[in-house]
Design a protein around this ligand. Structure first.
Ligand code: B12
Ligand code: SF4
Length: 520
């Protein structure tokens, strides 16, 4: 389905209705598919624990399966069970395999998540779905479960864009102990921007839905009790109201909008003030736009709140590149270097995210990007290759342009790249005006290699204060690099296998570095 055709979601019923009798021994399984398992996970996949919370108590304790830790044991799925599978585009194919296998075993199979929201019919045709939930699962999941037991399951449920006060807080007591490095808590859903490669504003909406401060803090405190002092604020954009937005509303004399924006901003500051009261060794990480660098009061509040790191979508270092991705609000060249350094000056370490393969990219872009990444004082960086994800402007344009002439792998057009088995899936899909796919991949890999060379990592590790912290910094940099080598850029299977072994090896000591000391 195209981005423009996405409906406004409205929950179909507000709460589960009449009580149903639940057969003894029924298990609700919640499965996060992955074709690779590392034994240890970096960030808790939040949806598992949110849907776990939305599962009414009479259904018993849901069985959480995160395949990034280990593959599902299908023997544990019995006839009559209910299996909920959450998919994004990258893991959809593995999700379909599990759905088909679970259905064969007599379970009721329900799909949800961003990819199922965009392509519900695919889950029916390839994933053995009995039902597909589109949009947020928080409110609709209990209804789906009840309908499944009553024998009145519908093929589609519109989960809607649930208001922030109805978000289900995650049920962290379902966490497997000692398996993740970071917890994840969402503070806001949706993003007012409209970047061409991103689906968030189309699916989650451009109106920021901010959770109450109390509900966010309660979850963070609970995570601490489970040994997490590192928490990712799993937001699309932690800075939904910019100074420019406020100035614009003021100029337009739009009093109602101005008040609304000021209220949202005040809530952000209130949240950060509460985070600042938590134990001082807490560490938070979030995703934010570069505009926050123009707002010193906001950055100072972040520092006090122990939001020590942020992923900043830099995307491109040239004005042409920024235009390609509808990101005119970012800076290019020296102004960009300065903005990124501003984060650092306020105690916020930046993971800079760059995209290669934009139409305006040329040979020199790779060198220029690596150079900016180094001069901007970034702690970490990722260099992704432009991937047209469904639900984005880029995808829509590409699909339209490519039409029936799309290149095929095993008979599958590359415009359905997620259906191509992982080992044969191309690394680059959209043709570039002047570079071949292999050239783009090799140049991207060279930039990764340069940024993550040991001497450069060691030099960057000076941003930390103790030797232990420097060693931790090196380990984490290497882990990050290795995990990317197999999910993103490497082509030869020997390198992928080596990267996997490395990642498994480093993951355990890394987890220990992140864990909080628990009271005796
Ligand atoms: C935090 C985050 C990350 C984190 C943490 C991931 C993790 N372990 O959880 C990090 C930084 C690691 C990450 C990495 C990536 N991410 Co990310 N990420 C997000 C983000 C911002 C929030 C996800 C989240 O936790 N949301 C909170 C939970 C509660 O919401 P939810 O997952 O949407 O689930 C709700 C519904 O979808 C539904 N639901 C979900 N599953 C199910 C299942 C059933 C049965 C039912 C009924 C309902 C249901 O109910 C839930 C509750 O309402 C989303 C943006 C977004 N708005 O979704 C992008 C997003 C999911 N990521 C995206 C991408 C592209 C990536 C990367 C590929 C980026 C890259 N180039 O490397 C990698 C892939 C990692 C991987 N292999 O999984 C895209 C996915 C697009 C797509 N079509 O698939 C998104 C949508 C962002 C975007 N820009 O478009 N990501
Ligand atoms: S700022 Fe980030 S979340 Fe918002 S639309 Fe752009 S890429 Fe998506």
């Amino acid at each position: 389905m195209s981005r423009a055709a996405l409906p406004q979601f409205v929950p179909i019923r507000s709460t589960a209705s009449l009580a149903v009798s639940i057969p003894r021994g029924l298990t609700v399984h919640l499965v996060n598919p992955s074709h690779l398992s590392f034994g240890i996970g970096v960030i808790t996949p939040r949806w598992l624990f949110v849907l776990g919370a939305a599962t009414p108590a009479p259904y018993g304790r849901p069985r959480i399966v995160d395949e990034t830790l280990e593959a599902i044991d299908l023997e544990s799925v019995r006839a009559g069970d209910i299996v909920g599978i959450g998919i994004h585009t990258g893991n959809a194919l593995r999700g379909y395999e599990i759905g088909v296998a679970a259905r064969k075993r007599g379970a009721t199979v329900v799909f949800g998540g961003i990819h199922a929201t965009l392509y519900p019919d695919e889950a029916d045709e390839l994933g053995g779905a009995h039902a597909v939930v589109r949009g947020d699962g928080d409110v609709v999941w209990p209804i789906v479960l009840d309908d499944a037991l009553r024998g009145t399951l519908q093929p589609r449920y519109e989960g809607g864009r649930v208001d922030a006060d109805r978000f289900a807080p995650a049920r962290w007591e379902l966490l497997p102990e000692g398996r993740y490095m970071w917890g994840s808590v969402q503070t806001v859903r949706g993003c007012p921007k409209h970047c061409s490669f991103c689906s968030v504003w189309g699916t989650d909406g451009q109106k920021p839905r901010q959770r109450t401060v109390d509900s966010v803090v309660a979850e963070i405190v609970e995570l601490r009790r489970h040994g997490f002092r590192f928490v990712a604020l799993a937001d699309d954009n932690f800075y939904p109201v910019t100074l420019a937005d406020l100035a614009m509303a003021e100029r337009q004399g739009n009093v109602a909008r101005l008040e609304q924006l000021r209220a949202l901003r005040a809530e952000r500051f209130e949240l950060m003030a509460r985070l600042a009261e938590l134990p001082s060794d807490s560490v938070f990480f979030t995703q934010i736009t570069m505009e926050a660098a123009e707002d010193p009061a906001f950055l100072d509040a972040m520092r006090r709140a122990n939001i020590k790191g942020a992923l900043v979508g830099v995307e491109a270092v040239t004005p042409e590149g920024l235009k390609d991705v509808f990101k005119g609000f970012n800076q290019a060249g020296e102004a960009l270097v300065q903005r990124l350094q501003t984060f650092r000056e306020h105690g916020v370490f930046v993971l800079g995210s760059f995209i290669f393969g934009l139409p305006s990219d040329r040979e020199a872009t790779f060198e220029a990007t690596a150079d900016v990444a180094e001069r901007s004082g970034l702690a970490f960086a990722q260099f992704v290759m432009l991937t047209p994800y469904p639900g984005t402007v880029d995808f829509e344009a590409w699909e339209k342009k490519t039409g029936d002439s799309a290149e095929r792998v095993d008979g599958i057009p590359v415009t359905r790249h997620w259906l191509i088995p992982q080992d044969r899936r191309p690394k680059v899909y959209a043709p570039h005006p002047v570079m071949t796919a292999e050239e783009l991949r090799a140049r991207t890999q060279a930039v990764w290699n340069r940024f993550y060379s040991l001497p450069r990592i060691w030099a960057r590790s000076r941003c930390t204060q103790t030797l232990r912290a420097r060693v931790a910094f090196v380990l984490i940099s290497k882990l990050y690099r290795q995990m990317y080598a197999n999910t993103g850029i490497a082509t030869d299977s020997a390198r992928v296998n080596r990267a996997n072994r490395w990642a498994r090896l480093i993951a355990k000591p890394c987890r220990r570095l992140f864990a909080a000391k628990l009271p005796a």
